[in-house]
Design a protein around this ligand. Structure first.
Ligand SMILES: [Zn+2]
Length: 278
């Protein structure tokens, strides 16, 4: 009898890839898993006839779930890779990640908090203006935020002002469509907003982008070599003034070293908040 059952099991294992050598048959000739102890076969009525058909034991279900999880991971990796190839418009942006910080980049804890509290930041439409001289780590800060959010599947566009202008001044450029595209991102990062000496057209375009994001309450992060004093000078023309005042409404200031030290960062923040309310 035992020999007969072993023979039957071996035959079934051969016929059915789903069955393993450790599996065993019960008195009714149905197969059970030797690992988890659950059924691997069941009797079903098919078109009036009773038939023995395979079913999934716990091991099979776990294997299937692991496969699905692996597929989900692969799909997500592809999604992140696509987000980065569109949203990081310069190759060097890819290197600006928290993982590449050697511990010397100032204020990176603020960037970490921003990413950790992204939902809240998004809801309250909070962004930053990072001010300070070249080489102080502003762009690295912005790049870390961009990369990390994209790694969480959130679309971010990180570009710079000269690239935006370049796109808008191409022959046959559809300005509206391009601006709408920039406005559509949950987070837009403009690295190096160098608008001190620019044409009226350029200023108009940059104002459009910033203002449209302001109106639909979508946050913006900007880095600039301008100082706080540059942005709040009394003799600014209207074109610049309205851009800076929008930025003040949408973004919190972050001051990097090397600025005019007469004002401490805290004082600047207070003044900035006061200016918003005027
Ligand atoms: Zn099993």
């Amino acid at each position: 009898m035992v020999e007969h059952i072993i023979e039957q099991t071996a035959q079934k294992v051969k016929e059915n890839q789903n069955l393993q050598n450790t599996d065993y048959l019960d008195a009714e000739g149905l197969c059970w898993c030797g690992i988890c102890g659950e059924r691997k076969e069941n009797r079903y009525k098919v078109l009036g006839h009773e038939r023995i058909l395979p079913c999934l034991c716990r091991c099979d279900r776990e294997k299937l779930e692991a496969q699905k999880e692996e597929e989900r991971k692969q799909d997500f990796a592809i999604k992140v890779s696509n987000l980065k190839s569109v949203g990081l418009t310069e190759p060097r942006f890819r290197e600006w990640r928290f993982e590449n910080d050697n511990g010397s980049t100032p204020k990176l804890d603020i960037a970490r908090q921003y990413v950790e509290n992204w939902k809240d930041m998004q809801q309250r439409n909070i962004g930053y203006v990072l001010m300070g001289p070249v080489g102080t780590g502003k762009s690295f800060f912005a790049g870390c935020v961009a990369n990390r959010l994209m790694e969480q599947g959130i679309p971010v566009m990180m570009t710079n002002f000269s690239r935006i202008l370049n796109e808008l001044t191409k022959p046959y450029a559809d300005k509206n469509e391009f601006i709408s595209h920039l406005v559509s991102y949950p987070l837009l990062i403009i690295d190096d907003l160098g608008i001190e000496r620019n044409s009226e057209f350029a200023l108009e375009m940059i104002y459009n982008i910033i203002d449209r994001r302001y109106c639909i309450k979508k946050p913006l992060i900007v880095t600039t070599n301008l100082s706080y004093q540059d942005m709040t000078r009394a003799d600014l023309d209207m074109d610049h003034q309205r851009i800076y005042s929008r930025l003040m409404e949408m973004c919190l200031p972050i001051i990097y070293q090397g600025q005019d030290q007469r004002l401490h960062e805290q004082d600047i923040k207070l003044e900035w908040l006061k200016l918003q309310q005027e």
